[in-house]
Design a protein around this ligand. Structure first.
Ligand code: FAD
Length: 444
């Protein structure tokens, strides 16, 4: 079997394990759907069945809510999500250059909760009383037995803005990162469409940022768009690290060969000064003029975790969740968990990883509910990067993780396939297929 076939088989095996026997009707046919009990002053009572509340309806939260109902069907599950509907970040690079439409990325939380027997509460979590086990939301309070924060990331502009809030707001609004779904992505798409030529800067932050491969994939797809639309533009990748962080061989060869006139890769390019009026950025070595840009800053755990004193700094990022890496429990608590991109462990901050982790943490909570001993399982990272469209070329990676001594972590069973010159997407359109199976799994 070729390397590529092994990788494809590994990712398909992951997806089909997920789907096997997990039809929503299999588990809870008899269950009558219970509504979340939300009161302005919720008093936790001794409940017959455990109540699991998950904050965040991203890849981790959707997976967790669904899988708790599978592994502990008797539990009541409420998912609290501040957005009204889900828009996927994975495949959004493809949407930026018109390879998929918005409908492909957009899904209904109502569908997800109805099909998977939990309650969706469209509200923002604002605080929690850890002693009384109450989550406070913009729509009232909810009592919980187990609380999970699957809240993703926020941007951390601190290293650039250094407290200058005007600069921070200008960076956010004039040159949005587009690594959290919403208006930022639409603005970036308009920037690409309206680009007339010159330098288009994309930055890659240090630390463990969201989706290691996505900035490099985005650069390729924007360069591909410029080439096919006769735009005399160049994507300048300013990478704070000294080398490409993932699938280095594949990305660097495609930059040097396919995109030698349309991508300039700059390693160790930390921006020290912005002059947004003159459209110039400065590093230790260079001054770069740009016509347009999307500045991707560092990332950190969302503010609610800081507010609840559940964060610490790590070698990767300034603010991340403070949890036990084996149990996912917030230090000093016995029933509050964090999973997905907000976690502090050095796993890839990616959708497949967050989804598999949501499933693993669901299993751990179900084990507690069912009086079994929870055990740690590795998350699984699967990452396809589309490099060009005519012809379609891609590279991919599969990895699992293991813990080593002294709080270390290593990869295991990892396979990368970076032979883009021979890798088409195949009849199965493998990257699109992966996304579709994940959406099916989380929503339908
Ligand atoms: C351009 C791009 C391309 C990517 N490509 C891939 C890819 O190809 N493959 C891959 O595996 N991954 C990819 N990723 C990464 C992937 O999107 C993230 O890793 C994934 O979304 C993380 O899931 P999560 O559940 O931890 O966080 P999120 O998906 O961000 O979900 C967190 C949710 O919590 C909600 N929330 C936060 N705070 C609150 C609150 N206080 N109250 C209520 N709700 C709250 C948010 O609204 C959000 O919906 C990509 C990301 C980007 C930006």
């Amino acid at each position: 079997m070729k390397r590529r076939d092994v990788l494809k088989a590994a990712s398909l095996a992951f997806v089909s394990t997920l789907t096997a026997g997990y039809g929503s009707n299999d588990v809870n046919e008899k269950e009558t759907h219970k509504k979340a009990k939300i009161k302005s002053s919720a008093v936790p009572k001794k409940r017959k069945n455990s109540k699991v509340v998950v904050v965040g309806g991203g890849w981790a939260g959707l997976s967790l809510a669904k899988h708790v109902k599978i592994f502990a069907p008797q539990a009541e599950v409420v998912m609290v999500e501040k957005r009204d509907h889900f828009v996927s970040c994975p495949m959004s690079n493809e949407w930026l250059v018109d390879l998929v439409d918005l409908e492909f990325l957009t899904h209904s939380y109502i569908d997800a909760s109805q099909n998977n027997n939990y309650t969706f509460l469209n509200a923002t979590a604002i605080d929690a009383d850890k002693k009384k086990h109450i989550l406070k939301t913009s729509r009232g309070e909810i009592a919980y037995d187990y609380l999970v924060f699957a809240v993703g990331i926020e941007y951390d502009y601190d290293a650039w803005a250094k407290g200058d809030s005007v600069l921070e707001e200008r960076l956010k609004n004039e040159y949005p990162a587009a690594f959290i779904p919403g208006s930022e992505h639409i603005t970036l798409k308009h920037k690409i469409k309206n680009f007339k030529g010159g330098n288009f800067i994309l930055t890659v932050p240090e630390g463990n940022y969201r989706c290691l491969a996505a900035p490099y994939e985005r650069a390729c797809l924007i360069a591909d768009y410029f080439m096919h639309h006769n735009i005399d533009g160049k994507v300048v990748i300013m990478d704070e690290s000294n080398k490409i962080r993932i699938k280095d061989k594949g990305f660097s060869s495609v930059f040097n060969e396919l995109y030698k006139d349309h991508i300039e890769y700059m390693p160790s390019a930390k921006i020290l000064k912005f002059d947004l009026d003159k459209k110039v950025v400065e590093t230790d070595f260079d001054e770069i003029h740009f016509e347009d840009a999307s500045f991707y800053p560092n990332v950190k755990a969302p503010y609610i975790l800081e507010k609840l004193h559940m964060t610490r700094s790590t070698p990767f990022n300034r603010v991340e969740a403070d949890i036990n890496r084996n149990t996912y429990k917030v230090k000093g608590t016995n029933n509050i968990y964090v999973c997905g991109d907000a976690r502090p462990m050095g796993f890839s901050k990616s959708g497949n990883t967050a989804f598999s982790e949501g499933m693993n943490v669901a299993q751990m909570i179900a084990d507690e509910i069912n009086h079994k001993t929870p055990k740690w399982q590795t998350p699984v990272t699967i990452c396809f990067s589309l490099l060009s469209t005519k012809p379609e070329r891609e590279i991919s990676l599969y990895t699992e993780y293991k813990y080593t001594k002294n709080d270390g972590m290593d990869f295991q069973n990892n396979i990368t396939d970076e032979a883009w010159k021979t890798n088409g997407l195949g009849k199965e359109k493998v990257a699109y297929n992966w996304a579709e199976s994940m959406f099916k799994n989380m929503f339908y």
